[in-house]
Design a protein around this ligand. Structure first.
Ligand code: SAM
Length: 283
């Protein structure tokens, strides 16, 4: 999936002058895959997530030490001990940035399916997972991430504000929380406020504004009528390319629902011809 996104990157090669914006950062998978040579601005509304990225960028050694302690204590515990440690850490409300980052990474590695979900109060509420040997401390990955982040600007604000400085030639990749695919699916609560229909409309209007300014935009989204309608029915811009891709999203409690979900990729520039494409769907 990531390769498919990289192949559909903007038409002009990054020459070191254009800025890369990723306003819905999450784990930043595309940023790390792209290896963008120029300036990069990464943003997420989740303040703890951005604090964690800042610690990975600026204080990776103390983070590694703290995670190492937690890693050892977790692996030394029996099933009950591990569970107890997980809920102990989940209940913590640290203010020291290294502790915030260590808690976030620990919970991400030991919770159910690596899911991130919060309740209405913004409290992380995913239960304990059942990994035998979770990689709570992965030094190599942390060090590589730290190097990649050295000159990166990090911010936590709403996606619209984060895109304000984007200029002609810059590249903005937007990967908003997906709308639920069924009435029972509830994987939308990355933040206490959720991401609903109005936010999707706000996002589309932002894409129009960025397009008018000559900014290259790529959006990942769920293949829903609302999203097709917003972009394909757009009077404003005829140039949107809307393509359905096969995605492999690992986060689903039912194994049979994990593979093959289609993901929409929308660009405001033509994607290169000759790419391997899934059959086009019009709705
Ligand atoms: C689908 S995830 C991004 C996944 C990411 N591309 C990755 O590789 O992991 C969506 C992210 O958007 C963030 N988010 C939700 N609402 C937002 C908003 N209004 N402005 C900025 N970020 C927001 C969430 O905190 C979450 O991290």
């Amino acid at each position: 999936m990531l390769d498919a996104l990289v192949e559909r990157g903007p038409p002009t090669p990054a020459d070191g002058r254009a800025t890369y914006f990723e306003p819905f950062l999450g784990g930043g998978a595309l940023f790390f895959q792209l290896g963008w040579p120029g300036r990069a601005v990464l943003n997420d509304l989740n303040a703890e997530l951005i604090a964690t990225f800042e610690v990975v960028r600026d204080r990776v050694q103390p983070l590694i030490e703290r995670l190492g302690e937690r890693h050892q204590r977790y692996l030394d515990g029996d099933e009950e001990g591990r569970k107890q440690l997980f809920y102990e850490v989940r209940a913590e409300r640290p203010s020291d940035p290294v502790e915030v980052a260590a808690r976030m990474i620990f919970l991400n590695k030991t919770c159910f399916n690596g899911l991130y979900r919060v309740n209405r109060k913004g409290e992380f509420n995913v239960p304990h997972g059942r990994y035998k040997k979770p990689a709570i401390l992965d030094c190599e990955t942390l060090m590589a991430a730290s190097r990649a982040l050295q000159d990166v600007e990090l911010a936590h604000q709403d996606f619209e504000d984060a895109c304000e400085p984007a200029q002609a030639g810059d590249f903005v990749y937007l990967d908003p929380p997906f709308s639920p695919m069924s009435k029972t699916a509830s994987f939308t609560s990355y933040t206490a406020d959720g991401f609903g229909r109005e936010d999707q409309v706000r996002l589309k209007t932002l894409v129009d504004r960025l397009s008018e300014r000559g900014v290259h935009v790529m959006v990942s989204n769920s293949p829903q009528e609302l999203i097709y309608g917003l972009y394909q029915g757009s009077e404003h811009f005829q140039q949107y390319c809307v393509e359905a891709l096969q995605a492999r999203r690992m986060i689903n409690s039912r194994g049979d629902r994990r593979g093959g979900i289609k993901e929409l990729v929308i660009t405001n520039y033509p994607t290169p011809p000759g790419l391997e494409r899934a059959p086009q769907s019009t709705k």
